[in-house]
Design a protein around this ligand. Structure first.
Ligand code: AMP
Ligand code: ZN
Length: 528
C-alpha cells in the first residue's frame, strides 16, 4: 500500500510537470470564454493622470458611452520582452476597467510592420530589412513570425485582444493621404523623394513640446547639427515619407516616388481612420512621449487642426537593476525564459499569471524593478489569493452576516477610479482573503446574500478586471481529479488505521509544495 501511494504521488507530480510544460511552453491559447462583462455602471468618478496636463483629471469621454482607446503596439522585428509586456498588460487592465465601468470601448492597438528605422532621427538601417537579412527570411516572414509570437505571449498573460489591430503596411494609402494634406497645409516639404515635417514652421503657431513641456531651445541644443549631406531644413524636422534606396525591399509608390512611410505617421493615420480626428485616450510606454507621441500630435494638428487625444496615458518602465529593460541594452528577459526559469538571474520558472500579478502589484506609472526575489514574493501573494478563492465553493452560508460586502466593493471601485490603482485594489483583496479564510474556519459568519456578493466581487475584480485566473485549476483540471484521488486513498488508509501510509502521503505532498487541510467537512488541498 505504501509503495502504491508513493507511485501515485510520483505519477501525480510528473503529470503536473507535463501539463505545466505543455501549457506554458507551447503557448496554448486561452479562450476568453469566461470573460463576459455586463454593462454595469458608468463611473463619473474615474480620474486619469493626463500626461498632457501633468495632473489627474476627471475622465469625461468625448462621446459617452463610447470610448476610443489607441495604444501604440509592438514593432514586430524580434521577440517581445517583458518590458513590452508590462505596457500591454497595463493597458489591458485599463481596457478591462473601462468595460466594467459600462463604457463601450473601441480599443485600437497597431502592429508596426514597416517604416521603423534603428535611429529615432530617421537614420540607421530599417529594423525589418536588417533582421530579414540576418535570419535569411523575407521581411514579411519576419513580421509574421514575431506577430504570432507577440499574440502567443499576450494570450499567456490573459490579455484581451483589441477591437482592431491594424498594420502599418495595410494602411499605406491612408498615410500617403495624410502626408499630402500636411504638405497642402504648409507644414511639410519634399526633398529628393523624401518628405519632412517642418517643426520650425509648426512651432511658430503651435506648441511642439506640449506633451512633455520641454524647452524647444534645449531640444535644439541637444540635437546634433545638420551635416552637409542632410536634406532637412531644421534640426528637429522628421521624415513623413522616406525615399527607398535601391536595396530597400519594403517599398511603395507615392506622389514623391518609391519609398516607405516614416514611423510616426502610421499611428496618426490609423488612429484617425478608426477613431476619428479626436478620440479619448492615447497610450504607450513613457519612452514614446518625447519623440513618437510628440510627433503624432504635431502631425494631427497640422493635418486636422486638433490634438488627436483628450487624455494621454503613459506607462512607466520595467527595469532590471534600475536600468530600463530594452532590446538594444541586451537586458531583455523573454517571457519564455521567465516561465521556464532558464535564465542566470532566476532560480526557477514562474507562471504567466504569477508574473501578471507581479506587474499589477505596481501602479502603471511607477517603475517596476525585476528580480528573482520580487517575483518570488509576488508568487506567494498570488498563490495566497488563489488558494483563498479555491475555498469559495466550500463556504457555508450562515443565517446572519458579519461582513458588509457593499462597503468592500466601494473600496475596490475607489481604488480603480483613482487612476487604475491596482496595487491598492490588491491590498484590499487581501482583506477579502482574510475574510474567506476566517469564514472557512467558522470564525466569521456570512449569509447567503453575502456569499453571492463575495462570489461576484471575486469574479468581477480578480478575474475580469485584474485578468487573473488560477493557473493550477484552469490549466490542470486533471490535477484536481488526481488530488481528489490521492486524498481519497489517504482517507482509506486512515480508516483502516494505516497511519504510516496516510502520513507518508501528507508528508510527500508537503515536500512537493502541496498542503492538505483537514476539517469536519473533509480535506482540501492547496499549493504554496
Ligand atoms: P516597441 O516594440 O519597442 O515599439 O515597444 C512596444 C511598447 O513597449 C511601447 O509602448 C514601449 O513604450 C513599451 N516598452 C518598451 N520597453 C519597455 C520597458 N522596459 N518597460 C515598459 N514598457 C516598455
Ligand atoms: Zn504609435
Amino acid at each position: 500500500m505504501s509503495f502504491l501511494a508513493n507511485r501515485i504521488l510520483k505519477i501525480a507530480w510528473n503529470e503536473r510537470k507535463l501539463l505545466n510544460s505543455q501549457n506554458l511552453l507551447s503557448g496554448v491559447p486561452c479562450t476568453h470564454k469566461t470573460y463576459s462583462l455586463k454593462i454595469k455602471r458608468m463611473s463619473s468618478n474615474l480620474v486619469i493622470y493626463n500626461t498632457l496636463s501633468r495632473k489627474k483629471e476627471i475622465f469625461e469621454p468625448i462621446n459617452p458611452p463610447m470610448v476610443g482607446l489607441y495604444v501604440c503596439g509592438p514593432t514586430v522585428y524580434s521577440d517581445v520582452h517583458l518590458g513590452n509586456c508590462r505596457t500591454f498588460v497595463s493597458f489591458d487592465l485599463i481596457y478591462r476597467y473601462l468595460l466594467y465601468s459600462g463604457y463601450k470601448v473601441r480599443y485600437v492597438r497597431n502592429i508596426t510592420d514597416a517604416g521603423h528605422l534603428e535611429g529615432d532621427r530617421d537614420e540607421g538601417d530599417d529594423k525589418f530589412a536588417k533582421k530579414a537579412k540576418l535570419e535569411q527570411l523575407e521581411p514579411m516572414e519576419i513580421v509574421q513570425k514575431y506577430t504570432i509570437g507577440f499574440h502567443d505571449v499576450l494570450r499567456l498573460f490573459n490579455t484581451l485582444p483589441p477591437s482592431i489591430e491594424p498594420t502599418a503596411t495595410g494602411h499605406i494609402s491612408e498615410q500617403i493621404e495624410m502626408v499630402k494634406q500636411i504638405i497642402a497645409n504648409g507644414y511639410a516639404y519634399e526633398v529628393n523623394g523624401t518628405v519632412y515635417f517642418d517643426v520650425e514652421k509648426y512651432s511658430k503657431n503651435n506648441d511642439y513640446t506640449i506633451l512633455t513641456n520641454r524647452q524647444l531651445e534645449d531640444m535644439l541644443n541637444n540635437t546634433r547639427e545638420l551635416g552637409g549631406q542632410d536634406e532637412k531644413k531644421g534640426r528637429l524636422d522628421f521624415a513623413l515619407w522616406i525615399k527607398a534606396k535601391p536595396e530597400h525591399i519594403m517599398r511603395w509608390p507615392s506622389p514623391w516616388g518609391v519609398g516607405f512611410p516614416g514611423w510616426h505617421i502610421e499611428c496618426s493615420a490609423m488612429s484617425n481612420k478608426y477613431l476619428g480626428h479626436q478620440f479619448d485616450i492615447h497610450g504607450g510606454g513613457m519612452d514614446l512621449a518625447a519623440t513618437h507621441h510628440t510627433n503624432e500630435i504635431a502631425q494631427s494638428q497640422a493635418c486636422n487642426h486638433t490634438n488627436p487625444a483628450k487624455y494621454w496615458m503613459h506607462t512607466n518602465m520595467l527595469t532590471v537593476n534600475g536600468a530600463r529593460m530594452s532590446k538594444s541594452a541586451g537586458n531583455g528577459f523573454l517571457p519564455r525564459e521567465l516561465f521556464t526559469g532558464d535564465h542566470p538571474l532566476l532560480t526557477r520558472g514562474y507562471s504567466p499569471m504569477s508574473v501578471r500579478f507581479f506587474m499589477l502589484q505596481a501602479h502603471y506609472r511607477s517603475t517596476l524593478d525585476f528580480s528573482n526575489e520580487a517575483l518570488e514574493a509576488s508568487d506567494k501573494g498570488y498563490r495566497r489569493l488563489m488558494n483563498a478563492i479555491a475555498l469559495l465553493p466550500k463556504l457555508k452560508a450562515s443565517a446572519s452576516s458579519e461582513v458588509d460586502f457593499e462597503e468592500i466593493k466601494q473600496r475596490f471601485i475607489a481604488a480603480m477610479n483613482d487612476d487604475f490603482n491596482s496595487p491598492v485594489l490588491i491590498a484590499e483583496l487581501f482583506e477579502v482573503v482574510r475574510i474567506i479564510n476566517s469564514v472557512y474556519d467558522n470564525k466569521t459568519k456570512i449569509d447567503a446574500k453575502g456569499l453571492a456578493q463575495l462570489n461576484t466581487l471575486v469574479n468581477d475584480f480578480v478575474f475580469n478586471i485584474l485578468g487573473l485566473k488560477d493557473d493550477q485549476t484552469e490549466n490542470n483540471g486533471d490535477l484536481e481529479k488526481l488530488m481528489d484521488f490521492i486524498i481519497k486513498l489517504r482517507q482509506e488508509a486512515k480508516a483502516s488505521k494505516d497511519y504510516a501510509t496516510s502520513d507518508l502521503i501528507r508528508n510527500s505532498l508537503q515536500e512537493m509544495g502541496f498542503q492538505l487541510k483537514d476539517s469536519k467537512e473533509g480535506t482540501v488541498w492547496s499549493k504554496s
